[in-house]
Design a protein around this ligand. Structure first.
Ligand SMILES: [Fe+2]
Length: 384
């Protein structure tokens, strides 16, 4: 262990079954009087929006809801939400939902306090004014947005996902209630779970990883390897849901502080073109990016294999790393996420645009291996 200076930022975290009922009190403790509750139709249908509204009423908070969101977080939804926030004279934000919804909620907070268009804040540290108090309740084990300094929003004109990174985006309070995972479909559980796996691995080998982020990434990785399959298999497996909620939280803490890598940079670029689940795109790319990144941190890739349950005692570093890649593919096959880019409608003529957008994505900065346009082009061809 070296003696370089490490910094690790985290919100207050409330974890456990029933914790979603604390959303109102959590917001009240931050001094809120009128809150915008940002949600989406799926979360509303599952009953979690009602649960948060009840919590706000119990706490005596005034509120307005904004929940007309689509599947991927879009720039015009952020603009509409911030208009609601300002018109209704809100002073705080609650997000309840998966990563897309929480990213919209956090981005509404940006525009409410900083003005302008959400594209003005693309990149690293572009937000100058403090954000209003934010409480984020996660309902999918996937994004880690409830603890992260990230927001990823689709620029609908440029057809690309913008990555916004700023410490001001770290919510004040994160609420993670495993019982919310019981209402997810098996396919959503599978795709968001593969996102958790990608966060764990990319954060662990990131150029910005530290001992503080490694602890979180390693634990998350072991949990995903053991519990993702059973979590997809059964809505009522409480042990698996709790483990996946913890894995999501810990991988979120890891990647919020260590950032990510090429899989996410390329995934964001593809996600701007194809309306596919973020986790499904990551799931396809991850084994190829692991192969590419192996020479940057061979020992860490061997450790990844061990953490995922591969017996590495008699294996060389290379053999163990190959075992980890094989295991990632096996998990994806077992839970039914797509295996190739062709499976999700990707076409060869997208490649030049995707390579350019991926190179410019903020997540590429911390990829452990230097990456060129031609590297990405080869990787995309391999993943077709
Ligand atoms: Fe992700």
């Amino acid at each position: 262990m070296n003696n370089t200076i490490n910094k690790f930022v985290t919100p207050e975290i409330i974890f456990g079954t029933g914790s979603i009922k604390q959303t109102g009190d959590a917001c009240l403790r931050l001094g809120a009087k009128k809150v915008i509750i940002v949600s989406d139709p799926g979360v509303a249908e599952a009953g979690w929006l009602t649960e948060v509204i009840k919590a706000c009423e119990t706490s005596g908070l005034d509120y307005i809801t904004y929940s007309e969101l689509t599947t991927n977080p879009k720039d015009f939804e952020v603009a509409q939400g911030s208009e609601v926030y300002l018109r209704e004279e809100c002073d705080s934000v609650i997000g309840v939902g998966g990563g897309s919804t929480l990213d919209v909620a956090k981005s509404i907070a940006i525009l409410a306090s900083n003005g302008g268009n959400i594209s003005d804040y693309e990149g690293v540290d572009k937000i100058s004014k403090p954000l209003p108090p934010m409480v984020m309740a996660a309902t999918t084990a996937g994004s880690g947005s409830e603890v992260s300094q990230f927001s990823v929003i689709v620029d609908t004109k440029r057809k690309k996902k913008m990555t916004i990174i700023s410490k001001t985006l770290i919510p004040d309070i994160a609420i993670v209630d495993p019982q919310t995972l019981a209402t997810k479909s098996p396919s959503l559980t599978a795709s968001t779970g593969m996102d958790v796996l990608t966060h764990s691995i990319e954060a662990y080998v990131s150029a910005a990883a530290t001992p503080l982020t490694d602890v979180q990434a390693k634990n998350a990785l072991s949990l995903v390897a053991e519990y993702l399959r059973p979590s997809v298999a059964s809505r009522s497996n409480e042990a698996a849901k709790t483990a996946m909620a913890m894995a999501s939280l810990q991988s979120g803490l890891a990647f919020s502080n260590a950032i990510l890598g090429a899989a996410h940079a390329i995934s964001h670029a593809i996600g701007g073109k194809l309306p596919m689940a973020h986790g499904e795109i990551n799931s396809i790319l991850l084994p190829h990016v692991m192969d590419f990144n192996f020479i940057a941190k061979p020992q860490k890739f061997k450790e990844i294999a061990g953490l995922m349950g591969v017996d590495t005692r008699t294996l060389s570093v290379k053999e163990a790393a190959c075992g980890a890649v094989k295991l990632v593919r096996e998990i994806a096959a077992d839970i039914g996420t797509p295996m190739t880019l062709s499976d999700i409608g990707f076409q060869k003529d997208y490649i030049p645009d995707i390579c350019a957008a991926a190179l410019a994505d903020a997540c590429m900065i911390t990829n452990p291996r230097d990456t060129t346009y031609w590297d990405i082009e080869k990787l995309l061809h391999d993943a077709l």
